[in-house]
Design a protein around this ligand. Structure first.
Ligand SMILES: [Zn+2]
Length: 371
């Protein structure tokens, strides 16, 4: 498999992100800002220079001391476009190499229409600002994707079966295109720019219409044998109600938005949400016992009501850990709806960094555009 250690280390991502965010910095300044050892910074930057991602700039005279050698990202600022495809709409964003959001746009979409990917391609074209170096397009979908570099999608919510989304968009756009499950894409964004940055092992759980899961293990996304890892929403947790998948008592049939809405019509909302929090806490504790992550990140539309879930969750989650004394952080972040699309863009930005498995030749294309 070759030496992946250099590719998989977060310091690489951190150095690239810092140079993209702050602008040119000296090695000493990088070490200080990122809390890395000078030796690590020297090693990482040497490799980035060899690969053409970073260049040594003119020495600037510093007051009183030796002139500091500044390092900067090469060439024009690189950008990526991310698109979230939902049944009735598509959300697109343009982001910088360091993850900063430049623009976002939402359009109505009929995912069941035969020409829906032409509509997505038109959205991408509208977002591609002139003069920027576009590295590629990331697309996220609520479904199972065979491999991001291929992009064949099975998605009941979109009514897609073996949809060759990646191939069609590549043909329409003539750019690298990476397609991934939406929760996996969120986890890649967290790994690169968010709360997963210093963590090799963490899980992302999303709550909203359904319940989603992404697993980052050993610094990379865990996709499973066929891309279907993380199907957490259909874990059986009760005797009922009937789930959209046809089975009884799946987690998302119990704590998904539709179920909660229906139950608050006949029960006290505080009770409904506390019960949902307790069910979710038990289920996530089971995952933690299996996977031993360093943190649980809870994201998704329903986190806006987390205060209502919290009483039930806080009681049940620690009670079901096999090591209840262990203080595993459960971090619930502020949510904005463009996060899915930003995650899709992170697929492209993370492609040269080894965070996303299964990108194949699309990763090399992104790398070539970057250098
Ligand atoms: Zn189900």
């Amino acid at each position: 498999m070759g030496d992946l250690s250099g590719i998989l280390t977060p310091p690489r991502t951190m150095v690239l992100a810092a140079l993209g965010q702050v602008g040119p910095l000296s090695r000493t300044e990088l070490a200080r800002r990122l809390s890395l050892s000078p030796a690590t910074v020297t090693q990482v930057t040497r490799r980035l220079i060899d690969e053409g991602l970073v260049e040594e700039l003119e020495r600037t005279p510093s007051r009183g001391g030796r002139p500091a050698q500044l390092l900067g990202l090469t060439g024009a600022p690189a950008r990526a476009i991310g698109v979230q495809i939902a049944l009735d709409r598509a959300v697109g964003v343009e982001v910088r190499l360091d993850g900063a959001l430049l623009q976002e746009r939402e359009i109505p979409l009929d995912a069941t229409a035969p020409d829906c990917l032409d509509t997505v391609a038109a959205l991408v074209a509208a977002l591609a600002s002139r003069g920027s170096r576009l590295l590629g397009v990331g697309v996220c979908v609520p479904g199972v994707v065979d491999r991001p570099g291929s992009g064949v999608v099975d998605s009941p919510p979109l009514t897609w079966t073996s949809m060759p989304a990646g191939a069609r968009l590549r043909a329409a756009l003539d750019l690298p295109v990476l397609v991934e499950n939406d929760v996996n894409a969120l986890a890649v964004a967290e790994r690169l720019y968010g709360r997963g940055r210093g963590r090799d092992d963490f899980i992302v759980v999303t709550i909203g219409r359904g319940v989603g899961l992404a697993i980052v293990a050993g610094g990379a996304l865990l996709r499973g044998a066929t891309g279907g890892a993380g199907e957490f929403g259909h874990t059986p947790v009760a005797e009922g109600p009937r789930c959209t998948c046809g089975n009884l008592g799946c987690l998302e049939a119990v704590v998904g938005a539709a179920s909660l809405r229906a139950r608050t019509l006949r029960m006290e909302p505080a009770t409904v949400y506390a019960e949902a929090g307790a069910v979710l806490g038990r289920a996530i504790a089971g995952l933690v016992n299996i996977l031993d992550p360093a943190a649980v990140l809870v994201l998704g539309e329903a986190t806006r009501q987390w205060d209502r879930w919290r009483p039930g969750f806080d009681a049940s989650f620690p009670a079901h850990l096999t090591r209840p004394t262990r203080h595993i952080p459960v971090e619930v972040g502020a949510w904005e709806d463009s996060r899915w699309a930003q995650g899709a863009a992170a697929l492209v930005l993370g492609a040269p960094l080894g965070v996303v498995p299964g990108i194949g030749d699309q990763g090399e294309l992104v790398q070539a555009l970057l250098t």
